[in-house]
Design a binder for this molecule. Structure first.
Ligand SMILES: [Zn+2]
Length: 231
């Protein structure tokens, strides 16, 4: 064992204080940011889904067993369901609350009716601040979930970020491959106000790399233009 250890040191493979081994850089070409089936797809007000009526083929409606995290029977992509189950379990184990999925996959047509309703009630500007245009919502990818925590209030409100569940999610969601997609102070980049409840699955590798580099938006991470509004 010692011989192996010294051998590796000699090759400079093992890290040392004087010569730390840099973390392996994430291959930015590993997944597409354009293909809607990719877990790295970037959707925003400047980047609609293509095709615009895209629907994932691997949607499931997870029950989450005794966690009962999906009481409203929302659907999401298979990998997202598995990750969300791990997240919910871990949050509960940490004593930070019981996760409840409030929304997940929304089809083009569902988004269209939500958007139409808000715009007819509040006008275009105020309505579109509340509902994305159909084909422009991350929920249509099946990779986004809106969450709350039982008995902690602030459901789908900015103050959720200050609850013990919200704070825990912000610090830990990356361990299951989720990011807070619309972080604080990034409206000019993402086009959305702070949404501490909106989690986007991007996979553990990317979520962890973003966390380690303190890059909070997909736009900045991939060097994409900011998308404050629709073109
Ligand atoms: Zn959302």
């Amino acid at each position: 064992m010692l011989a192996v250890g010294f051998g590796l040191l000699g090759l400079g493979i093992l890290p040392s204080v004087d010569n730390p081994t840099p973390a392996r850089a994430l291959d930015l070409g590993a997944n597409s940011i354009d293909n809607p089936t990719s877990i790295w797809v970037v959707v925003n007000k400047a980047r609609p889904l293509n095709p615009i009526k895209y629907k994932p083929v691997d949607l499931v409606v997870p029950g989450f067993g005794p966690l009962n995290a999906n009481p409203y029977q929302h659907s999401m992509r298979r990998d997202v369901a598995a990750a969300a189950e791990g997240l919910a379990k871990s949050m509960q184990k940490a004593g930070k609350g019981r996760l409840v999925i409030q929304s997940a996959y929304r089809s083009y047509n569902t988004q269209k009716s939500v958007h139409d309703r808000q715009v007819s009630r509040f006008g275009l500007a105020a309505g579109e601040a509340l509902a994305a245009r159909p084909g422009y919502s991350e929920h249509q990818t099946g990779l986004a979930i809106d969450v709350s925590a039982r008995d902690q209030g602030c459901q789908i409100r900015v103050c959720f970020g200050g609850t013990k569940a919200g704070a825990w999610l912000k610090a830990n969601a990356h361990r299951w491959g989720f990011i807070i997609r619309y972080p604080q102070n990034a409206t000019a980049v993402t086009g959305y106000q702070y949404e501490p409840w909106h989690l986007r699955y991007v996979g553990i590798e990317l979520a962890t790399d973003m966390k380690q580099k303190s890059i909070s938006t997909l736009e900045k991470y991939f060097g994409l233009p900011s998308a404050p509004k629709y073109p």
